[in-house]
Design a protein around this ligand. Structure first.
Ligand SMILES: *Cc1c(COP(=O)(O)O)cnc(C)c1O
Length: 229
Protein backbone atom coordinates (compact mmCIF):
# COMPACT_ATOMS: atom_id res chain seq x y z
CA UNK A 1 0.00 0.00 0.00
CA UNK A 2 1.32 3.46 -0.89
CA UNK A 3 2.06 6.10 1.71
CA UNK A 4 -0.93 8.18 0.62
CA UNK A 5 -3.19 5.14 0.88
CA UNK A 6 -1.92 4.35 4.37
CA UNK A 7 -2.38 7.94 5.48
CA UNK A 8 -5.90 8.01 4.08
CA UNK A 9 -6.74 4.86 5.98
CA UNK A 10 -5.41 6.39 9.20
CA UNK A 11 -7.20 9.71 8.72
CA UNK A 12 -10.50 7.96 7.90
CA UNK A 13 -10.21 5.91 11.08
CA UNK A 14 -9.48 9.05 13.12
CA UNK A 15 -12.52 10.75 11.60
CA UNK A 16 -14.78 7.86 12.61
CA UNK A 17 -13.23 7.79 16.05
CA UNK A 18 -13.77 11.52 16.58
CA UNK A 19 -17.35 11.20 15.39
CA UNK A 20 -17.98 8.65 18.13
CA UNK A 21 -16.66 11.09 20.71
CA UNK A 22 -19.24 13.73 19.85
CA UNK A 23 -21.30 14.70 22.88
CA UNK A 24 -24.36 15.33 20.76
CA UNK A 25 -25.07 12.49 18.39
CA UNK A 26 -25.57 14.16 15.03
CA UNK A 27 -26.36 11.74 12.26
CA UNK A 28 -24.62 13.27 9.29
CA UNK A 29 -21.87 12.17 6.95
CA UNK A 30 -18.45 13.81 7.21
CA UNK A 31 -16.79 14.98 4.02
CA UNK A 32 -13.04 14.63 3.82
CA UNK A 33 -11.59 17.25 1.49
CA UNK A 34 -8.06 16.20 0.51
CA UNK A 35 -6.06 19.42 0.27
CA UNK A 36 -3.70 19.01 -2.67
CA UNK A 37 -2.23 22.52 -2.85
CA UNK A 38 1.51 22.51 -3.59
CA UNK A 39 1.31 18.87 -4.65
CA UNK A 40 1.15 17.66 -8.23
CA UNK A 41 -1.77 16.24 -10.20
CA UNK A 42 -0.24 12.78 -9.78
CA UNK A 43 -0.85 12.80 -6.02
CA UNK A 44 -4.34 14.18 -6.54
CA UNK A 45 -5.06 11.31 -8.92
CA UNK A 46 -3.63 8.80 -6.49
CA UNK A 47 -5.86 10.03 -3.64
CA UNK A 48 -8.90 9.83 -5.92
CA UNK A 49 -8.01 6.29 -6.91
CA UNK A 50 -7.88 5.40 -3.20
CA UNK A 51 -11.42 6.68 -2.67
CA UNK A 52 -11.20 10.46 -2.23
CA UNK A 53 -14.24 12.22 -3.74
CA UNK A 54 -13.35 15.80 -2.80
CA UNK A 55 -10.18 17.83 -3.38
CA UNK A 56 -9.28 21.30 -2.11
CA UNK A 57 -7.05 23.91 -3.72
CA UNK A 58 -6.23 27.46 -2.70
CA UNK A 59 -4.79 29.01 -5.85
CA UNK A 60 -6.69 29.43 -9.10
CA UNK A 61 -3.80 29.12 -11.55
CA UNK A 62 -2.30 26.07 -9.85
CA UNK A 63 -5.72 24.40 -9.66
CA UNK A 64 -6.50 25.11 -13.31
CA UNK A 65 -3.27 23.49 -14.45
CA UNK A 66 -3.76 20.38 -12.35
CA UNK A 67 -7.46 19.92 -13.13
CA UNK A 68 -6.72 20.15 -16.86
CA UNK A 69 -4.50 17.07 -16.73
CA UNK A 70 -6.27 15.21 -13.91
CA UNK A 71 -8.47 12.97 -16.02
CA UNK A 72 -10.71 12.03 -13.06
CA UNK A 73 -14.14 13.03 -11.79
CA UNK A 74 -13.94 14.73 -8.39
CA UNK A 75 -15.74 17.44 -6.45
CA UNK A 76 -13.56 20.56 -6.46
CA UNK A 77 -13.35 22.90 -3.48
CA UNK A 78 -11.79 26.35 -3.43
CA UNK A 79 -10.57 26.80 0.13
CA UNK A 80 -8.33 29.85 -0.23
CA UNK A 81 -9.01 33.56 -0.35
CA UNK A 82 -10.52 34.66 -3.66
CA UNK A 83 -9.74 37.95 -5.40
CA UNK A 84 -12.47 39.50 -7.51
CA UNK A 85 -10.28 39.47 -10.63
CA UNK A 86 -10.11 35.64 -10.40
CA UNK A 87 -13.80 35.06 -9.85
CA UNK A 88 -14.65 34.17 -13.44
CA UNK A 89 -12.08 31.36 -13.47
CA UNK A 90 -13.08 30.19 -10.00
CA UNK A 91 -16.70 29.78 -11.09
CA UNK A 92 -15.58 27.72 -14.09
CA UNK A 93 -13.34 25.47 -12.00
CA UNK A 94 -14.96 24.87 -8.62
CA UNK A 95 -18.05 23.10 -7.32
CA UNK A 96 -17.91 24.74 -3.90
CA UNK A 97 -16.24 28.02 -2.94
CA UNK A 98 -15.52 28.06 0.82
CA UNK A 99 -14.17 31.59 1.17
CA UNK A 100 -16.94 34.10 0.53
CA UNK A 101 -16.60 36.88 3.10
CA UNK A 102 -17.95 40.11 1.63
CA UNK A 103 -20.90 41.46 -0.29
CA UNK A 104 -18.49 42.71 -2.94
CA UNK A 105 -17.09 39.22 -3.55
CA UNK A 106 -20.52 37.57 -3.40
CA UNK A 107 -21.85 39.99 -6.02
CA UNK A 108 -18.88 39.31 -8.31
CA UNK A 109 -19.34 35.54 -8.03
CA UNK A 110 -23.06 35.87 -8.72
CA UNK A 111 -22.37 37.89 -11.85
CA UNK A 112 -19.83 35.37 -13.15
CA UNK A 113 -22.14 32.47 -12.33
CA UNK A 114 -24.97 34.19 -14.17
CA UNK A 115 -22.79 34.58 -17.31
CA UNK A 116 -21.76 30.95 -17.04
CA UNK A 117 -25.41 29.91 -16.54
CA UNK A 118 -24.47 28.20 -13.32
CA UNK A 119 -25.78 28.19 -9.78
CA UNK A 120 -22.61 28.48 -7.71
CA UNK A 121 -22.51 26.71 -4.36
CA UNK A 122 -20.72 28.74 -1.70
CA UNK A 123 -19.85 28.79 1.98
CA UNK A 124 -19.41 31.96 3.98
CA UNK A 125 -16.07 32.12 5.78
CA UNK A 126 -16.31 33.36 9.36
CA UNK A 127 -13.35 34.93 11.17
CA UNK A 128 -14.56 33.89 14.60
CA UNK A 129 -11.36 34.72 16.48
CA UNK A 130 -11.08 38.08 14.66
CA UNK A 131 -7.51 37.47 13.57
CA UNK A 132 -6.03 40.26 11.43
CA UNK A 133 -4.10 37.70 9.43
CA UNK A 134 -7.24 35.86 8.30
CA UNK A 135 -10.07 36.53 5.90
CA UNK A 136 -13.66 35.96 6.88
CA UNK A 137 -16.63 37.93 8.07
CA UNK A 138 -17.02 38.74 11.77
CA UNK A 139 -19.92 36.93 13.39
CA UNK A 140 -21.67 40.25 14.05
CA UNK A 141 -21.85 40.84 10.30
CA UNK A 142 -22.81 37.31 9.29
CA UNK A 143 -26.58 37.79 9.28
CA UNK A 144 -26.27 40.85 7.11
CA UNK A 145 -24.05 39.07 4.59
CA UNK A 146 -26.46 36.11 4.43
CA UNK A 147 -29.30 38.50 3.62
CA UNK A 148 -27.27 39.97 0.77
CA UNK A 149 -26.33 36.52 -0.55
CA UNK A 150 -29.98 35.48 -0.48
CA UNK A 151 -30.77 38.29 -2.90
CA UNK A 152 -28.29 36.93 -5.44
CA UNK A 153 -30.04 34.45 -7.70
CA UNK A 154 -27.01 32.54 -8.95
CA UNK A 155 -25.57 31.78 -5.52
CA UNK A 156 -26.65 28.92 -3.30
CA UNK A 157 -25.48 29.20 0.29
CA UNK A 158 -24.51 25.72 1.47
CA UNK A 159 -22.99 26.46 4.88
CA UNK A 160 -20.12 28.05 6.77
CA UNK A 161 -16.34 27.76 6.90
CA UNK A 162 -13.85 28.64 9.62
CA UNK A 163 -10.08 28.44 9.99
CA UNK A 164 -9.11 28.10 13.64
CA UNK A 165 -6.16 30.07 15.05
CA UNK A 166 -2.82 28.31 15.09
CA UNK A 167 -2.60 27.95 18.88
CA UNK A 168 0.31 25.91 20.23
CA UNK A 169 -2.24 24.21 22.48
CA UNK A 170 -4.79 22.90 20.00
CA UNK A 171 -7.37 22.36 22.76
CA UNK A 172 -7.80 26.13 22.85
CA UNK A 173 -9.64 25.80 19.52
CA UNK A 174 -12.38 23.65 21.03
CA UNK A 175 -14.69 26.45 22.23
CA UNK A 176 -14.38 28.17 18.85
CA UNK A 177 -15.45 25.02 17.00
CA UNK A 178 -18.35 24.57 19.42
CA UNK A 179 -19.45 28.17 18.93
CA UNK A 180 -19.33 27.75 15.15
CA UNK A 181 -21.56 24.66 15.38
CA UNK A 182 -24.03 26.64 17.46
CA UNK A 183 -24.09 29.48 14.94
CA UNK A 184 -24.45 26.93 12.10
CA UNK A 185 -27.39 25.17 13.79
CA UNK A 186 -29.19 28.43 14.47
CA UNK A 187 -29.00 29.45 10.82
CA UNK A 188 -29.83 25.97 9.54
CA UNK A 189 -33.24 25.89 11.26
CA UNK A 190 -34.78 28.23 8.70
CA UNK A 191 -32.98 27.11 5.58
CA UNK A 192 -32.77 24.45 2.90
CA UNK A 193 -29.52 23.18 1.37
CA UNK A 194 -27.56 24.55 4.32
CA UNK A 195 -25.56 21.42 5.09
CA UNK A 196 -21.84 22.08 5.40
CA UNK A 197 -19.77 23.24 8.34
CA UNK A 198 -16.19 23.28 7.05
CA UNK A 199 -13.63 23.42 9.83
CA UNK A 200 -10.67 21.30 10.90
CA UNK A 201 -7.24 20.80 9.34
CA UNK A 202 -4.39 18.39 10.05
CA UNK A 203 -3.66 19.75 13.53
CA UNK A 204 -7.19 20.21 14.76
CA UNK A 205 -9.64 18.08 12.75
CA UNK A 206 -10.26 15.59 15.54
CA UNK A 207 -11.41 18.33 17.90
CA UNK A 208 -13.32 20.07 15.11
CA UNK A 209 -15.32 16.89 14.42
CA UNK A 210 -15.96 16.27 18.11
CA UNK A 211 -17.47 19.75 18.26
CA UNK A 212 -19.56 19.37 15.13
CA UNK A 213 -17.59 19.91 11.91
CA UNK A 214 -18.95 17.92 8.98
CA UNK A 215 -16.38 18.97 6.38
CA UNK A 216 -12.67 18.71 7.18
CA UNK A 217 -9.89 20.01 4.93
CA UNK A 218 -6.77 17.92 5.34
CA UNK A 219 -3.47 18.19 3.50
CA UNK A 220 -0.38 17.37 5.55
CA UNK A 221 -1.80 14.29 7.30
CA UNK A 222 -2.53 12.73 3.88
CA UNK A 223 0.27 13.96 1.63
CA UNK A 224 3.06 14.89 4.05
CA UNK A 225 4.75 18.26 4.30
CA UNK A 226 4.27 20.58 1.33
CA UNK A 227 7.06 21.70 -0.97
CA UNK A 228 6.71 25.37 -1.76
CA UNK A 229 7.83 26.24 -5.23
C1 LIG B 1 -3.71 24.42 3.49
C2 LIG B 1 -5.08 24.49 4.02
C3 LIG B 1 -5.65 23.38 4.67
C4 LIG B 1 -4.90 22.09 4.94
O1 LIG B 1 -3.92 22.28 5.89
P1 LIG B 1 -3.13 21.05 6.55
O2 LIG B 1 -2.65 21.60 7.84
O3 LIG B 1 -2.02 20.70 5.63
O4 LIG B 1 -4.08 19.94 6.75
C5 LIG B 1 -6.96 23.50 5.10
N1 LIG B 1 -7.68 24.63 4.92
C6 LIG B 1 -7.16 25.72 4.31
C7 LIG B 1 -8.00 26.93 4.15
C8 LIG B 1 -5.85 25.68 3.85
O5 LIG B 1 -5.34 26.78 3.25
Amino acid sequence: MSEVAQNLKMVSAEIENSKLKRKIAIDEPITLVAVTKNHGADLMREAIDWGINDVGENRIQEAAEKFSILNREVKKHLIGHLQTNKVKQAVKLFDLIHSVDSEHLATAIDKAASSAEKIQDILIQVNLAKEDSKSGVYKENLKNLIEKVDELKNLRLRGLMMIAPNYSDVEKCRPLFAEMRKIFDEIKVNRQNFDFLSMGMTNDYRIAIEEGANVVRIGTAIFGARNYF
